[in-house]
Ligand binder design. Structure first.
Ligand code: FMN
Length: 210
């Protein structure tokens, strides 16, 4: 009898902790607190590349998707860079020095879209090389382009200027830089959800699509 009572108490405590944990998680991770007043006109795509285990750019892309209803179009490398920070730093440096842009599995067809968000991590002061590969092929002429990036503390660097240069016939709106290190590999900082919330995305959308 005593065993049964103890088991029931333990189960009740575990369920209560699980519910409390979910509440805490959802409070931090979801739901903007400011209203969305932005009214972007046209069909929206969110093209992004995200590399680190923290998936900072991907998290921001999903926030943008949630508040714009756009289509998420992730870029995938044909042969991904190595995962470890030390190895990827060297591999990317080598490609930059050689002027090489790595192959992608596919380039999304954007013919049907009017507004294209383009997001990538900052690598060596500008957008990551897989985004460069995408922009080599897709010039986004005649479209409205909205850049965003995830960085490890150095800000957007040259990324937004470089996107303007890569898409000379697009209308490029104000970009937004989101801070977030890869906490798992580098153990130096924290992911994007420690520095930002969906409110940052909503404020930005309200500003650029007034
Ligand atoms: C090869 C490489 C170069 C990087 N260069 C920079 C940099 O110049 N400035 C910076 O702030 N962060 C730099 N970072 C850190 C990433 O921009 C940061 O961790 C970002 O949040 C990762 O986004 P992701 O999770 O979408 O891949 C670099 C990371 C890598 C792997």
């Amino acid at each position: 009898m005593k065993v049964a009572i103890v088991a029931i108490c333990v189960t009740a405590i575990a369920v209560a902790c699980a519910i409390a944990g979910c509440r805490m998680f959802s409070k931090r991770e979801t739901a903007a607190t400011i209203p969305l007043t932005a009214k972007p006109q046209g069909k929206i795509a969110i093209v992004y590349y995200s590399q680190s285990k923290a998936q900072n750019t991907a998290i921001v892309a999903t926030w943008i998707q949630k508040h714009t209803g756009g289509d998420l179009l992730p870029l995938e490398m044909a042969e991904p860079y190595p995962e470890s920070y030390g190895a990827i730093i060297k591999a990317v440096r080598k490609d930059i020095e050689a002027g090489t842009h790595p192959a992608l599995k596919a380039i999304p067809d954007l013919a049907a879209y009017d507004i294209v968000f383009v997001g990538a991590p900052i690598w060596y002061g500008t957008y990551a090389l897989p985004m460069a590969t995408f922009l080599d092929t897709e010039k986004l002429a005649g479209k409205t382009v909205v850049p965003f990036c995830a960085h490890g503390g150095g800000g957007a660097g040259r990324a937004f200027d470089d996107i303007r240069k890569a898409c000379p016939e697009a209308k490029v709106l104000e970009g937004l830089a989101f801070r977030g290190s890869n906490q798992i590999e580098r153990r130096l900082g924290t992911g994007v959800t420690s520095h930002h919330t969906e409110d940052d995305v909503v404020e930005w959308l309200n500003r650029i699509f007034r």
